[in-house]
Write a new protein. Structure first.
Length: 297
């Protein structure tokens, strides 16, 4: 399991080969763009994929089989000269122990992705200076993907990666890179998300995130009742965090990733657990009440 790999990476000697962290499928959708040479999108897709998958983002040791499965779908809405107006949907997942099931860890749609690109531009990331919104956004989400993965295997294990994402946000605020990086633009942008994740008010939520995966999902094959109980015990923490910061993006992002999974988990629960789960989740996300009530059928 990757948690074991993360621990072993602290040692000098390891039996595992060094490999990049991500196995990311990158898609560039240009269906909304008319009259533009389509080869530029193919070149961009290849360059983004190579940057994400071939770069080593951390000092951790991963085996090829341990690389994090994820997708980045970039939907280009308009191209004006070399300026691309797009949105990006990012999703990551991790395997559940002793099963063939992969659990979605992160699912986020970013509607404010505007960047400059010329075909065959070299995509580079400078840790000290941010000059490209194209690569800054990609690096930000890479660190979030790895951070969420590490949080699912060890308590608050993703903090160093989240701090790297925060550093990108801080650097971007001093640059003219466009929307998504600054406070008070909206409570659902890149700034708001990383601010939530590292906010002390959401520390209990992050502990629940670990317990949900390691003590809940990973234990389902051993004792489904106890594992489900662990998840049920943590649901009030989601409500508590949401009440402390109403409509917090980190909580709504969690539910975007987990709604179907939660419905499936509690559909097999006792009537008491089902009822409590529906009440808590509906309180947090009332627009999805009808979906949560599927558990009761």
């Amino acid at each position: 399991m990757r948690y074991f790999m993360l621990l072993m990476s602290l040692f000098v000697f390891t039996v595992f080969t060094h490999a990049q962290e991500l196995n990311c499928t990158v898609n560039i959708n240009s269906d909304q763009v008319q009259g533009t040479n389509k080869s530029v999108f193919n070149t961009l897709q290849k360059s983004v994929s190579e940057l994400i998958n071939n770069r080593k983002w951390t000092e951790l040791t991963y085996a090829n089989s341990e690389r994090i499965e994820c997708t980045m779908n970039i939907i280009v809405k308009k191209v004006d000269a070399d300026i691309f107006t797009a949105e990006i949907q990012v999703q990551s997942r991790r395997p559940v122990f002793n099963s063939s099931y992969n659990s979605t860890l992160f699912n986020f749609k970013d509607n404010d992705y505007v960047f400059n690109y010329k075909e065959f531009d070299q995509l580079e990331i400078n840790a000290n200076t941010i000059t490209s919104n194209l690569t800054a956004v990609l690096a930000y989400y890479v660190y979030l993907i790895i951070g969420y993965d590490m949080d699912s295997y060890s308590r608050l294990g993703g903090t160093p990666l989240f701090q790297s994402a925060e550093s990108i946000v801080n650097a971007a605020q001093g640059s003219d890179l466009g929307k998504g990086w600054k406070a008070f633009e909206t409570n659902k942008n890149r700034y708001a998300l990383i601010n939530n994740i590292l906010d002390e008010a959401f520390k209990k939520y992050r502990n629940f995130f670990y317990e949900y995966h390691r003590l809940g999902l990973d234990e389902m094959s051993t004792n489904a009742t106890n594992a489900r109980g662990r998840i049920a015990d943590g649901l009030p923490l989601l409500r508590e965090a949401n009440r402390a910061r109403p409509s917090a993006i980190v909580i709504s992002s969690f539910l975007d990733a987990k709604n179907d999974e939660l419905i499936n988990i509690f559909s097999k629960a006792s009537t008491k657990e089902k009822t409590e789960a529906v009440q808590i989740l509906s309180d947090i996300n009332p627009t999805q009440t009808s979906r949560y009530e599927q558990m009761l059928k």
